[in-house]
Design a protein around this ligand. Structure first.
Ligand code: SF4
Length: 212
């Protein structure tokens, strides 16, 4: 039973990868998280400046630690930084050798959906870093742009609100209510329909549930 689901998911991931390639992204399907990590570490090499967007997928694979252990410099904001410190880190990440993040949704017709509070990740995945690698578990697949946005708001954002101890109304309602409070974490959508012409973007699709 489990194997049947894995095979079905693998077929869906291959279909999404083909759609991404048709939209000019590079795309590979990885059997599981360790395979995705190995591919990423081989690609990153050492002695590079690696920008990180906030990503539970990347964190769950232990990639920040592994990349640092391999001799790379990690550029990412940390809690407790002042707004100005964050601004400088985000600008530095824009010029990184490799930027690593995860979209909230990958659509079956090859589009990438990001929903963010600040805009640093959205900016970086459009243009700036020498290379951009996006990792997404099979749980991020969505039928189309509409379902991808629904997933970003009603699955990923609610989990992120809980992770960040935010008391936005979706946490109680179990669905996005398009709140208007100062603590709202959903302030901009970045939607990549096709690969931006001057950017180098690889999407690693993983046959495993990763992040949210
Ligand atoms: S209710 Fe507000 S914080 Fe929660 S998912 Fe919707 S827009 Fe985001």
């Amino acid at each position: 039973m489990e194997q049947h689901l894995r095979t079905a998911n693998l077929i869906r991931l291959r279909t999404a990868a083909a759609a991404l390639r048709a939209n000019r992204f590079a795309a590979e399907v990885c059997e599981d998280g360790p395979a995705a990590s190995a591919a990423l570490l081989a690609l990153a090499g050492k002695g590079r400046k690696i920008g990180l967007g906030g990503s539970m997928t990347v964190a769950s694979l232990g990639l920040p630690e592994a990349l640092a252990a391999a001799g790379n410099t990690i550029v990412t904001h940390k809690s407790g930084m002042t707004p100005e410190e964050k601004r400088l880190v985000w600008l530095e990440a824009q010029g990184s050798d490799l930027y690593l993040a995860s979209p909230q949704a990958v659509t079956m017709d090859g589009k990438l959906v990001f929903l963010d509070a600040n805009g640093n990740r959205g900016a970086a995945v459009i243009y700036g870093p020498r290379r951009i690698v996006l990792i997404a578990g099979v749980n991020k697949l969505a039928r189309d742009q509409e379902e991808g946005l629904w997933r970003a708001r009603n699955v990923a954002a609610i989990a992120n609100n809980i992770r960040l101890s935010k008391d936005n109304p979706c946490v109680k309602a179990g669905r996005c209510v398009d709140c208007a409070g100062a603590g709202r974490i959903c302030n901009q959508v970045t939607l990549l329909w096709k690969k931006p012409s001057a950017s180098d973007i690889l999407v690693l699709l993983v046959n495993e549930t990763l992040g949210y």
